[in-house]
Design a protein around this ligand. Sequence first.
Ligand code: SAM
Ligand code: SF4
Length: 326
Amino acid sequence: MIIDNYNRIHNYLRISLTDNCNLRCFYCMPEEDYVFTPASRLMQADEIEALGKTFVDLGVNKIRLTGGEPLVRKDAADIILRLAKLKVNLTLTTNATRLHEFADALKEANVHSLNISLDTLQSDKFTLITRRDQFKLVYDNIQMMVKNNFHVKVNMVVMKGLNENEIIDFVEWTKYEPVHVRFIEFMPFTGNKWTSNKVFTWQQMLKVIEEKYSFIPLENDKHDTAKAYTVPGHAGTFAIISTMSAPFCSGCNRMRLTADGKLKNCLFSKEETDLLSAFRRGEDVTPLIHQSIRSKAKELGGQFTTDFEHLHAEDINNRSMITIGG
Ligand code: SAM
Ligand code: SF4
């Protein structure tokens, strides 16, 4: 069992397959000419499988693959099928641009639930945010996965002045389609142009939604990062991930393995533990995993508090989101 100094059992691992991506979301990837990590420095498929198994032997029962865009990796299907053999709930966060090529592999791997990012329902705005003209492909692929009975959660990063005026359109989407929209408060990472006045908070979102709909809260699991709601009669649900205004660190069970094999005990942790180098030297990585999790801060990587109005993104010592894996 992997347990930290605050008695939080860690049984959920997010593995980033790559820091490469075919979109360029400005809040995630700092510059257009960002240089991706060369393939030789990334964990190889057999290394991901072996490290994944070590975590499973230590009690991990859920693995989420992420990135960058996990599905741009040439051996993504192979990795998914290798991890599917471990006794875990396997899932994926994706930008949906390649899902039409992967639907069969995902079914074969028993992946039933997907988190898909989409910050706008307007094609022009999609191009502005992602710097790529791919709205139709993404939207069509989401619909295709819903029709194929995948449980689809749609992640929308809400940024004040950019897309908060679409919150209602996203809730309306849940009326006829079983999509589960998750509104995410904008978070600060190295180089992502975050300023506190662009955060649209949980309470502000609820205020917008209650002007149009009556909704009821759904029961949460203690590990949930999202506070979920449903509008009675709607096929889908909506939820809010309030990392900035009301973090959920007390129930945290998550660890992150970056594509270059570093273990981060928190999304906002400064420290990283190099598991891949130790693994390549033939060392047992188990003590390193325990050490890393025991040093986990109580809240927000020990780097800031919910008083985010006075926070400057550059005060946080971290990587950019694309190199961490969300
Ligand atoms: N490429 C995949 C995708 O877009 O879903 C997976 C990787 S992406 C880094 C994972 C999630 O992190 C996405 O849902 C994305 O919207 C979210 N994300 C990235 N930067 C963020 C930020 N600054 N604040 C909040 N969420 C962010
Ligand atoms: Fe790529 Fe996902 Fe980051 Fe957008 S949010 S740049 S799709 S990794």
